[in-house]
Design a protein around this ligand. Sequence first.
Ligand SMILES: [Zn+2]
Length: 145
Amino acid sequence: MIVYNLSCEAGHKFEGWFQRADDYARQKAEGSLSCPVCGSSRVEKRPTASHINTRSSLSDRQSAMAATPPKAAAAAIQKLYRYIDQHYTDVGAAFPEEARKMHYRECEEHNIRGTATPDEVGALYEEGIEVFSLPPKPVDKEKLN
Ligand SMILES: [Zn+2]
């Protein structure tokens, strides 16, 4: 995987993820490269290029998480959210409490989703309760329009 820092004609800066170095040139020629902010296909490579280091430090990982996910990943995340919407009961902010109830067998095990603060998540882990944090939901362009 290769990451290029790209920017569009309007000056939006984003990252493009490519399997190989020549994928950038090919996708640009096809016009399939576009700015995730404004959709412009007039995209240029900014001078710095970096390779993804799988053993990156925490700060590298944090910046990777803030980056715009590639299209395929965004689609996969959308799918994940759709699945969770359909199969998991939304308990909202009661999530830590509900997760704890199931862990201590105070209620039937069932799929739940909800929100928790980092402190609450930390406390759950300490009690041996595994929770899964979802990746940030990608912006749904169709809904915006
Ligand atoms: Zn743009």
